[in-house]
Design a protein around this ligand. Structure first.
Ligand code: 4AD
Ligand code: MG
Length: 436
């Protein structure tokens, strides 16, 4: 008779049951040690693991002899205080049912005891994701998404979805992915940018989106993918970009609090901590950042782009000087920013949001004056006619506005101190990888 899965409890719940209680469990047979007269199975489900023990009077030893690791099983048994694990519970097996057997030749060691290279892990991602560390990463990522959404919804922001098939790129031609669209070439969206701004002109005032963006990145790095999850918000009637920074500060603090509260177990498993930073986060101008780097031996000129290594170094300098892992880099040279950024002279109202020595987000007060915007498009070497779908609305009353865009993948990576962004993405896409 099949075991009733409606009666199933989780491995975690077993720890709260009393000795002698009958329980039904289901999950994967992570480890099997069959000593002939006694056998031990480590049963794994999404809440954790529990030991199942088959004593010599267990009637189904024949099934155990054939059971391959990672098969799906359901069991019925009695809870007992574990002799090996102080205070822990195990389950004495009465019945076992094989629900789906696994091929015994597992391509990777799921537990990670035998290390597997990242490529092979990603080739076998469906198995790799069974490692509880990976489940922990995606539970945290889920809380991060929920927290961002919840925070902005409470502040009156409206969630939206903008097109991902577009006619002109917002973030520079170098990373556009062309797509054949009937008899035309169109592109995959690099960001929600232009549509967010059009929604400000529509009068929505506060909007956000969590959706995919695509960039034809040319090289492999630990922080770039060709498809990533872009979290963006836009806000109208700002005085300047600092109004945007103030929302980001409160939002980031809330995310850190929510992750600490909802994911204590996951953070422990991943061996990391998330400190809740104090508001305000330091605002360091681009020029000051260059001075700080040069004071520590850098050879940068004002106006230079700050590369990955220098950015890391700057993170260390700021930590020493301001005792914080989060800060804003403000007043970027306009030469380093996109056409939609508001500028005054050579300096833009664009900023980056930095965490643990890495850019998590970029944002700006945007240019809302139609004539200036059109001039900037041409100045940046783009064709004004490609952007009329976006610039024309600015003729009809655009409020001053600003916003930001952040990679959820990168945020998860940095919160958890993961080395590679690929570890924070279920099925990462990079120049070589589109499978699985
Ligand atoms: O700095 P980016 O290019 O800025 C924008 O997209 C603007 N529209 C934002 C704005 O509102 N002004 O991208 C924003 C963030 C980056 O800081 C990074 O976290 C993430 O998106 N990102 C990537 N993440 C993974 N792989 C890539 N190739 C990424 N490109 C950007
Ligand atoms: Mg950026």
């Amino acid at each position: 008779m099949a075991l009733d899965l409606h009666q199933r409890i989780t491995t975690k719940e077993v720890q709260h049951r009393t000795d002698g209680e009958d329980v039904i469990l289901a999950g994967w047979a992570a480890e099997i040690r069959n000593l002939g007269k006694i056998a031990f199975i480590t049963l794994r489900d999404r809440e954790g693991v529990v030991q199942l023990t088959a004593l010599k009077d267990f009637a189904q030893f024949a099934l155990l002899n054939e059971l391959a690791k990672e098969s799906v099983i359901a069991i019925h048994g009695k809870v007992q205080t574990s002799k090996q694990k102080a205070g822990g519970k195990e389950v004495i097996l009465h019945d076992i049912e094989l629900i789906a057997k696994s091929d015994p030749n597992l391509p990777i060691d799921i537990s990670g005891t035998i290390p597997t290279g990242l490529d092979k892990r990603l080739d076998n991602r469906f198995l790799d994701l069974r490692n509880p560390r990976n489940l922990a990463i995606f539970k945290v990522r889920s809380i991060v998404n929920w927290s961002l959404r919840n925070f902005l919804a409470k502040e009156g922001f409206i969630e939206m979805q903008t097109p991902k098939i577009i006619s002109a790129g917002a973030e520079g031609g170098a990373t556009l992915f062309p797509v054949t669209y009937y008899d035309k070439t169109v592109y995959l969206a690099q960001s929600q940018q232009l549509y967010k701004q059009m929604m400000m002109i529509a009068g929505f005032e506060k909007i956000f989106e969590i959706g995919p963006s695509f960039r034809a990145e040319k090289s492999h790095t630990m922080r770039h993918l060709t498809e990533f999850t872009h979290f963006d918000f836009e806000l109208s009637f700002v005085k300047d970009e600092d109004d945007v920074l103030k929302v980001i500060e409160r939002m980031f603090v809330q995310v850190c609090k929510d992750v600490n509260e909802a994911c204590a177990e996951q953070l422990k498993l991943l061996g990391t901590t998330v400190e809740v930073p104090n508001i305000p986060f330091p605002r360091i101008t681009h020029a000051q950042a260059i001075d700080l780097l040069n004071a520590e031996g850098g050879k940068l000129r004002h106006g230079d782009d700050i590369g990955t290594e220098d950015e890391k170094k700057l993170g260390d300098i700021v930590k020493k000087k301001y005792d914080t892992e989060v800060y804003f880099l403000t007043k970027f040279p306009y030469a380093l920013r996109t056409f939609y950024t508001m500028t005054h002279g050579d300096i833009s109202r664009g900023f980056d949001f930095e965490y643990r020595g890495e850019e998590l987000a970029s944002g700006a007060q945007r240019e809302h004056r139609h004539d200036v915007l059109c001039k900037q498009i041409v100045e940046k070497g783009l064709k004004a006619k490609d952007f009329t779908f976006y610039t024309d609305p600015f003729k009809f009353g655009a409020p001053p506005h600003g916003g930001f865009g952040m990679g959820v993948d990168r945020l998860t990576k940095k919160l958890l101190n993961l080395e590679n962004i690929r570890d924070a993405v279920l099925f990462p896409r990079d120049p070589e990888r589109v499978v699985p």
